[in-house]
Structures are given as structure tokens and as C-alpha cells.
Design a protein around this ligand. Structure first.
Ligand SMILES: [Zn+2]
Length: 214
């Protein structure tokens, strides 16, 4: 199997880990390269610490999470909670994404409660068309925020549960006990659909080529 470059994009530090952590762990285990591309550094919330420290705290948490998944962290330059989607930002984001020369890109399903998630989903779609669909495009789901999502493909993450958990719990300031169990409920439900203990579910853009899922 040829090594692929996988880029998992997320609205905040923690989103790629939450929605795709098991799949990322399985990819890197198989020798593929993974990049977690965050739209911002999570400047908007970090628990009890003062707001001006959040970007630094959450950058460090994201780097710890990436270490657990054997992935690399990349940060786009938007501000948490204040995403702007305009011509300039489409270009800026697409430059960062395409500089990675991805074979496969995962992003948030766009019908989502959080504005930052919707914003990055639009920017990935725009970059994909701009790049003439040269990489495969898949959508993922995150606990509580994703709505109206029906996956078409599954990755068995039963063997990767420990690494996914470690990556999610690296985001200490985000109090993972509040959301991680909900994501586990989702992946158990997806597991029932796929006839395995736990699975992450994805929706391939219908015009995207099929990627090698682990
Ligand atoms: Zn988020």
C-alpha cells in the first residue's frame, strides 16, 4: 500500500481528534503521514485560565494530541469564534491546505451548530474545487455539534480506542470528560452499523474519488 498524506481539518484544537482520532491513529500506524490542520489556536476558551493565555495553552495541548497520534499540527490564522469567510480568507486557507499536497482531506460536515466548523467546511470545499478535486474529500462528525449526518463509509477503530482517548484527553483545558463519552456513544452506534465494536463514520463527497481508508 502506497503511503498517503492525510490532512484532517478542524474548527478548533480537539475537533480532528474527537471526530477522526481513531482513524488518524490507524493511518499513522500503517505508515501514512497525517497533519491536523486547525482553523485557529482556540483563543476563545481555556477553562479557568485568562483569555490571553488560551492560544498558547491550546497550541501546546494540540501538539501533545498530535504526538499521541504520530501526526503534525498546523494552524491557520483565524481567531476562535470569529471566523471570517470572504475572498481573502478562502485564498489564505487554500494556500495553507494545498501547501501540504494532501491525498485525502477530512473536514466537518457543514450542517453544524458551530460557526467555526461551518466556516472551515466551506473553505475546504472551496479549496477542493480550486484544486480540481485532486485530493479525496471526506466529511466527519463531532459530538453535539454535527446534525443531519448519515455516513456512507466506516473505519473500525476498536484497536485504536486507547490512542484516540489519549489524544482527546490531551485537551485538558476543554474538560474532555464533558464531551468524550458522547463521542464514544457515537462511535459505538457507528460500530453497530458496521458490525464492529467501535467505528468512525464518514461521508465521501459524491464527486470525490475513493480514498484508501485504513
Ligand atoms: Zn470545534
Amino acid at each position: 500500500m502506497k503511503a498517503s498524506k492525510v490532512v484532517v481539518t478542524g474548527g478548533h484544537p480537539g475537533d480532528p481528534e474527537c471526530g477522526c482520532g481513531g482513524t488518524i491513529a490507524r493511518y499513522t500506524e500503517l505508515g501514512h503521514e497525517a497533519v491536523l490542520l486547525y482553523l485557529n489556536r482556540g483563543e476563545g476558551f481555556c477553562g479557568a485560565a485568562s483569555l490571553d493565555r488560551c492560544g498558547g495553552i491550546r497550541t501546546a495541548e494540540a501538539q501533545n494530541a498530535c504526538r499521541a497520534l504520530k501526526a503534525r499540527a498546523v494552524f491557520a490564522t483565524q481567531y476562535d469564534g470569529r471566523s471570517v469567510v470572504d475572498a481573502q480568507r478562502y485564498d489564505d486557507f487554500s494556500r495553507i491546505l494545498l501547501a501540504e499536497s494532501p491525498d485525502i482531506v477530512f473536514t466537518h460536515w457543514p450542517i453544524d451548530r458551530h460557526r467555526d466548523h461551518r466556516a472551515i467546511s466551506m473553505m475546504v470545499l472551496d479549496a477542493w474545487w480550486k484544486a480540481e478535486k485532486t485530493f479525496a474529500l471526506y466529511y466527519y462528525e463531532v459530538a453535539e455539534d454535527t446534525t443531519m449526518f448519515s455516513p456512507t463509509e466506516y473505519v473500525d477503530i476498536s484497536s485504536a480506542e486507547g490512542r484516540r482517548r489519549q489524544a482527546c484527553y490531551a485537551h485538558v483545558s476543554q474538560q474532555p470528560d464533558k464531551w468524550y463519552p458522547k463521542q464514544v456513544e457515537i462511535t459505538r452506534r457507528r460500530g453497530i452499523e458496521d458490525n464492529v465494536p467501535e467505528a468512525e463514520g464518514f461521508l465521501r463527497h459524491p464527486e470525490s474519488r475513493r480514498a484508501q481508508l485504513p
